[in-house]
Design a protein around this ligand. Structure first.
Ligand code: CAA
Length: 381
């Protein structure tokens, strides 16, 4: 076992950290108020090829490691978790759907290469109003018509939905068969009948664009079908396993960002004649949070390595997601408390981090769904 990052991983970590500090930090508070997604910055980071980092070069990616991608999401999310989820959905839910699919290589390349460099943005359409934690409860239907399929229905809580050039739509080709009749298609922006519905006004991750997507007689060529009938549900589940490692990285980044703000504050703030970090209660609290962060990091990096090395990773991903996101919520909440009145104010960032942390325990499978996934394997050694 080796705990040392490779040079490639350190380089990506530094690239993402420098970008976050120079390009995202200066306006992060203002963006949180306005809710405006930093599209220009997203495209700028894309020029490095980072959104296709973990996918093979011959399919339009950068041929890097999954852990490198995870390190990048972690660094970005220390500063701007809303940007972190836009990145993670683009790479691991949209890009992951393409990569995990049985589509021919030329189709994979067609739909992957443009997202690698941020020229196009991807989104993932699984959730419906009737299909949240119970992802099998789908109502969107695709009907074959000659050389194409006609899709009708709607999706909700689509991260990147209003921005996306490509959205993977999971839907039923045979509603009688339930999950065994599910397929998946890439639907391109501008396809007649495919529109952005209600755009959500959220508690946190304020600048991530999340919306309903409406499909009204949307005709897509059969070649856009990336999962054949019967393969769609498994593709969604496998892709979510990878996505959950990305959300884990987002959670870990929030926890580390909030921890660092609290650490610096405790060292400079004097009360009762000494800096707060010399108060044993607060010093012990920081020791506990530092240990929580380290535990979460070990689970997260292990899950990324399992994926990278072709080992089973559903359970490691669920454990990492559950732990990292609960740690994000705990550390951000404690940071607000440790900063006292200042922590409640927007200038110190930790109240935003606390709001951002909450959604990480919910999307891409709630903490309860992660417990379902982990407990379903209790009988398996
Ligand atoms: N990989 C591959 N196949 C899998 C799998 C996996 N990880 N998990 C299950 N499957 C297969 C099973 O083997 C089974 O196959 P067979 O029919 O051949 O036996 C099939 O899928 C059905 O499996 P289950 O019976 O276990 O499925 P279920 O209906 O009980 O659902 C669940 C299980 C884990 C609760 C699942 O519904 C789930 O993950 N729910 C949460 C959904 C979710 O995370 N949604 C987030 C959407 S994205 C988002 O959050 C928005 C955003 O943009 C950020």
């Amino acid at each position: 076992m080796n705990f040392e990052l490779t040079n490639e991983q350190k380089d990506i970590q530094k690239l993402a950290r420098d970008f976050a500090e120079k390009e995202l930090l200066p306006q992060v508070r203002e963006r949180d108020e306005s809710g405006e997604f930093p599209l220009e910055a997203f495209r700028k980071l894309g020029k490095t090829g980072i959104y296709g980092l973990p996918y093979p070069k011959e399919l339009g990616g950068m041929g890097g490691s999954y852990l490198s991608y995870i390190l990048a999401v972690e660094e970005i999310s220390k500063v701007d978790a809303a940007f972190g989820i836009a990145f993670s959905v683009d790479t691991s839910l949209y890009g992951g759907s393409i990569m995990n699919s049985s589509a021919p290589d030329e189709i994979k390349k067609k739909f992957l290469a443009p997202i690698t460099y941020g020229e196009k943005i991807g989104s993932f359409g699984l959730t419906e109003h009737s299909a949240g934690s119970d992802a099998a409860g789908q109502h969107t239907v695709a009907t074959k018509d000659g050389d194409s399929y006609v899709i009708n229905g709607s999706k909700c809580f689509n991260t990147n939905g209003p921005l996306a050039d490509y959205t993977v739509i999971y839907c039923l080709t045979d509603p009688e068969l339930g999950t065994k009749g599910m397929a998946a298609f890439v639907v391109e922006k501008g396809t007649p009948g495919f529109t952005v519905g209600h755009v959500e006004n959220k508690m946190g991750i304020r600048t991530a664009m999340v919306s309903d997507m409406i499909l009204d007689n949307v005709r897509v060529p059969a070649e856009n079908m990336i999962a054949k009938p019967g393969e769609g549900f498994k593709l969604a589940m496998k892709t979510l396993d990878g996505g959950r490692i990305g959300v884990g990285a987002q959670g870990l980044g929030i926890a580390e960002g909030a921890y660092e703000i609290a650490r610096q504050y405790l060292m400079q703030r004097q009360q009762f004649g000494k800096p707060l970090n010399k108060q044993q209660y607060l010093a012990f609290k920081m020791a506990e949070l530092a240990t929580d962060i380290e535990k979460a990091k070990l689970l997260l990096y292990k899950a990324a390595l399992c994926k990278e090395e072709g080992q089973p990773y559903s359970i490691p991903a669920a454990m990492a997601k559950m732990t990292c996101t609960d740690t994000a919520m705990k550390v951000a909440t404690e940071a607000v408390q440790m900063l006292g009145g200042n922590g409640y104010m927007k200038d110190y960032h930790v109240e935003r981090m606390m709001r951002d942390a909450k959604i990480t325990e919910i999307y891409e499978g709630t903490s309860e769904v992660q417990r379902m996934v982990i407990s379903s394997h209790l009988g398996v050694k």
